[in-house]
Design a protein. Sequence first.
Length: 172
Amino acid sequence: MILDLREFETFPAHTVLKSTPDDIRLEYESLVGTKGIECRLDIQSAGEEFFCQGEVTAKAVVTCARCLTDFEADLTNSADFIVCTQETYDNRKDAIDDEDYVLLKGTDLRADISDIVRQTIILALSMKPLCSESCKGLCPQCGANLNERTCGCKIEHMDARWDDLKRLSGRG
């Protein structure tokens, strides 16, 4: 995803960048793919630096952590980064900040923000994505998707920490 700063005559500026699923490679455990990515940015210029703030949204295909089926999820997260030249960045090396930087390619005023967008989407993912809050998951014995059908497996929930007490009571 390329941010072309040459298209703006004045700042602050606003832009919307769209990407196809093939433009940004998203390799992450529960993320199957995306069906479209959009990045809305407000850009402010300060000398040689361009301060970008906005929001990244993606229609994603994600694997449920309980039942392992794929489902569509709308992901949204904020993006905040600075675009500048390598020279400007090197002159800031004494400055202490925790900003994300994207470097311009020479003096072209074009920056590839794909990595920032990729990171923003991954951070929008839930650690354990669920197709629904009421997802029943998989049967631990036969592997049936309990959202689609019930199985005849008898599941006993036994906690090994109680085994000694069961033996003392004569039940174990």
